[in-house]
Design a binder for this molecule. Structure first.
Ligand SMILES: Cc1cc2nc3c(=O)[nH]c(=O)nc-3n(C[C@H](O)[C@H](O)[C@H](O)COP(=O)(O)OP(=O)(O)OC[C@H]3O[C@@H](n4cnc5c(N)ncnc54)[C@H](O)[C@@H]3O)c2cc1C
Length: 336
């Protein structure tokens, strides 16, 4: 894995491909697993202050005023653009450079058309950002047969292109992007919410939207740092060398529950043709687990993935060129 080129890593889920980033995520995952009920006392990110902003200590500072500030730009750029198109003054605060990941997003055309209806994209943008489309799409479970469907998760969209298109539109509508700025404190007054980015950089807004993803500090505060009830783990790769590459798997389970270390896991797969070439294919292996000290690490799942994926796809690992390795964790809570 260390020998695979990892240029173009970005913020946002599934945007890091290196072995070091995998080890960092496994460390976070281990700390979730070893926590009792509270993972970590959360930082107080949002604080309430009585009174109006003009009577506060921040009143002296030069304040940029917005109708809406969107925190987190990966999907946040879409809501920010929709609100800008309605004539609101909107800004985005993103801790990294706002850029889509190299690895395609798989999505259905119907879902993208909702962005057209919201005035964020036009149909030409969809054509421009679509790297590949494929049909039919398989759902299947071990010994239970297969169901083939059409037009479900049947597009591979380039996040790099899609976000670039929307970013340009947002800026042309008057939107402002603060990149390289991490949200660490939001002060809520009677008439405005305030985000202090740096000593002299203060944004005030009528509404602040949290689009900081699974690891949002605002969500951590709301949940009191509570350990997730379950976690979906995913590992996978985009690789070159699949001769049979015209259809996709939306969900496919080819094996029963198995033991990994002391934990029991049920693996299920997704597989999609990739836009980078006719024999390039993305395969993901997922499982849901309870976060416990003996839960499998991502690196262990990856070992299983290299063993199981060739059989699942009917290929030999020696015939594949691995373009990138992909991984992620999705915390889940019973009470949403
Ligand atoms: C391996 C993998 C594959 C996936 N594949 C697909 C797919 O094919 N199709 C699909 O629809 N979904 C897919 N997903 C789901 C994925 O979660 C979404 O595609 C998308 O990334 C979610 O966007 P988001 O903006 O909600 O969260 P994130 O992608 O997590 O983005 C959060 C954003 O907030 C920023 N941010 C975080 N904290 C701060 C802070 N303190 N201050 C400022 N900014 C901050 C981050 O830099 C980032 O830009 C995949 C996920 C993974 C892990």
């Amino acid at each position: 894995m260390e020998s695979i080129s990892v240029s173009g890593e970005v913020g946002g889920a599934g945007g890091a491909y290196s072995y070091n980033a995998l080890k960092r995520l496994d460390k976070i995952w281990s700390s979730i697993c070893s926590a009792q009920t509270v993972q970590q006392e959360p930082q107080q990110v949002v604080s309430n202050f009585p009174g109006v902003l003009s009577h506060s200590a921040l009143a002296e500072k030069a304040v940029d005023k917005f109708d809406v500030v969107v925190c987190g730009g990966t999907l946040g750029i879409f809501i920010a653009t929709a609100l800008s198109a309605k004539g609101l003054k909107v800004s985005i605060v993103e801790r990294n450079i706002l850029k889509g990941r190299e690895q395609e997003w798989n999505i259905s055309r119907k879902e993208l058309m909702e962005l057209v209806e919201a005035g964020i994209l036009d149909e030409n943008d969809i054509e421009e950002a679509t790297a590949v489309s494929f049909n039919p799409n398989r759902c299947g479970f071990e010994n239970k047969g297969e169901i083939w469907v059409e037009d479900i998760l049947n597009l591979g969209v380039s996040p790099v292109k899609l976000i670039e298109i929307v970013k340009n539109r947002f800026i042309s509508l008057g939107g402002v992007i603060f990149e390289g700025c991490s949200v660490s404190g939001i002060s809520v007054y009677d008439d405005a919410a305030v985000l202090q980015l740096a000593e002299e950089n203060v944004l005030s807004s009528r509404l602040i939207i949290d689009a900081m993803g699974n690891f949002s500090p605002v969500v951590k505060q709301i949940r009191g740092g509570r350990k997730p009830d379950g976690v979906c783990l995913v590992v996978g790769s985009c690789a070159r060398g699949f001769k049979d590459n015209s259809t996709s798997d939306v969900i496919y389970s080819s094996s029963s529950v198995k033991k990994v270390g002391n934990a029991e896991v049920q693996y299920f797969w997704e597989a999609f043709p990739a836009g980078s070439g006719p024999i390039d294919r993305t395969t993901y292996m997922f499982t849901y687990v309870n976060p416990q000290p003996d839960s499998p690490k991502l690196e262990e799942l990856l070992e299983d993935y290299w063993d199981l994926m060739p059989k699942y796809q009917g290929v030999s690992i020696d015939d594949l060129e691995i373009l990138r390795v992909i991984y992620g964790i999705f915390p889940t809570y019973r009470d949403r």
